[in-house]
Design a protein around this ligand. Structure first.
Ligand code: GMT
Length: 401
């Protein structure tokens, strides 16, 4: 199959899921075209022997038994524009790539502005007698935060209804979509996934020495440091834990809350026990060095970072918001607390870390729970959906667009 994947190229979970999905599809013999304003961070660099189509910001690499292409949407500067019209540039690129490579479908990740850009491309192609199917995957804040702003709502609702198929990464996100938008379209839940083998850590004991002395516990948090992540709660939980047992905190990521975090660590006098690694590419190499993963978000449609931690055998202390309870099972792979209840989170963390036996049990449970979301289990759900949508006899079920 020839599939166009549209995503944000950054470290965010939606881009990670889209890229890993595309890689897995290519490995199975499909031709996958990534289309974005820059190369997705999880895409392997093209090898020197790969073909480079000159002059059109496109590169091609063989991958498994298939192919991966990357098409860059060049952002055009023009004195009249204060803001470059990215959505039009994306629609034009989608139209061009779909036509030139005879794509069967476009799979867009994150509704804003990808779903409406794909709708526009579909209409342009239709005006030229060409057909393409559009699958939209809803990821989180495109629905729960920014998306429900009245400034976006009408177009999001329209482009969800106009997609040929829509998926949400958790049951909770599906329910939020139906609650916040007058959507008639059927939404299939296809959860996020991990490639379990990517998270195995070699020489764990040795590598931990870089961050903590023997006998010290390592707590870890990964995010884009936006307000919704409540990273200050991570610091407060850590502070309570390290008052009871020796511990270090690793922070991975960057974002707007950074200055507040720096201020709070000074106030709490914890800066000396925190390793701030910033944005790093190989999170999977570090995450498994930790003993506990902290996810303190206000809202979280799924919590991919928590799943990645569990795949690396790291139990999760999290809030019980959104889709997190579908991933982290209370008392098994970790614990869930109310948003902002840092006392409860610290108490739960200490109950896991109290001895090796308890930690080992939670580590193994976390790993078992992560296996339910292994790529081998989830990929066929997308493949089935693609088959359904592209079959010539596919009829939109009642109420679908
Ligand atoms: O919505 C965002 O915060 C960005 C988005 C992303 O691109 O990282 O994150 C969302 O999608 C992830 C992948 O499906 C989910 O694991 C995150 O839980 C979700 N973030 C939120 O709901 C806050």
């Amino acid at each position: 199959m020839k599939i166009g994947i549209v995503c944000y190229p950054t470290f965010g979970g939606s881009g990670v899921v889209a890229t890993e999905l595309g890689k897995a599809l290519a490995a199975k013999g499909n031709e996958v075209h990534f289309i974005s304003y820059s190369r997705p961070v999880r895409l392997p660099p093209p090898s020197p022997s790969d073909n480079r189509a000159s002059g059109e910001h496109c590169e091609r690499s063989s991958f498994g038994s298939g192919w991966i292409f990357f098409h860059e949407v060049s952002v055009i500067d023009y004195p009249l524009f204060d803001y470059s019209p990215y959505e039009i540039l994306l629609s034009s690129k989608l139209t061009d790539v779909a036509k030139r490579y005879k794509l069967d479908l476009l799979h867009v990740h994150y509704a804003i502005p990808h779903a409406s850009a794909a709708y526009m491309a579909k209409q342009v192609l239709a005006s030229q007698g060409l057909r393409i199917k559009v699958v939209t995957t809803l990821h989180g804040t495109d629905i729960t935060l920014i998306g429900k702003d009245p400034a976006f709502e009408p177009v999001i609702t329209f482009s969800i209804n106009a997609s040929d198929a829509v998926t949400a990464v958790s049951q909770s996100l599906k329910e939020d979509t139906l609650k916040n938008f007058p959507v008639k379209k059927e939404i299939s839940v296809i959860p996020n996934f991990v490639c379990m083998e990517d998270y195995a850590v070699e020489n764990r004991k040795e590598k931990r020495k870089q961050y903590a002395a023997y006998g010290e516990n390592i707590l870890l948090h990964v995010s884009n440091f936006r307000r919704v992540k409540r990273v200050e709660d991570v610091l407060r939980v850590f502070d309570k834990v390290r008052k009871e047992i020796p511990a270090k905190l690793i922070l991975i990521g960057e974002g707007p809350e950074r200055a507040n975090i720096d201020k709070l660590c000074k106030e709490l006098d914890t800066c000396g026990d925190i390793h701030s690694l910033g944005k790093i590419k190989d999170v999977e190499k570090i995450i498994g060095l930790a003993d506990l993963f902290l996810l303190t978000s206000e809202t979280e449609s799924f919590g991919l970072a928590a799943l990645e931690a569990m795949a690396a055998k790291v139990p999760v202390i999290s809030t019980n918001t959104g889709g997190i309870p579908e991933v982290n099972v209370h008392g098994f792979s970790g614990f869930l607390s109310n948003v902002g209840d840092v006392d409860d989170m610290a108490k739960n963390a200490l109950s896991i870390l109290k001895d090796d036996k308890s930690l080992d049990l939670f580590r193994n449970n976390a790993y078992e729970q992560a296996k339910k979301f292994s790529i081998e289990k989830i990929l066929p759900m997308y493949e089935r959906l693609y088959e359904e949508v592209t079959t010539p006899l596919y009829l939109s079920p009642k109420g679908r667009g």
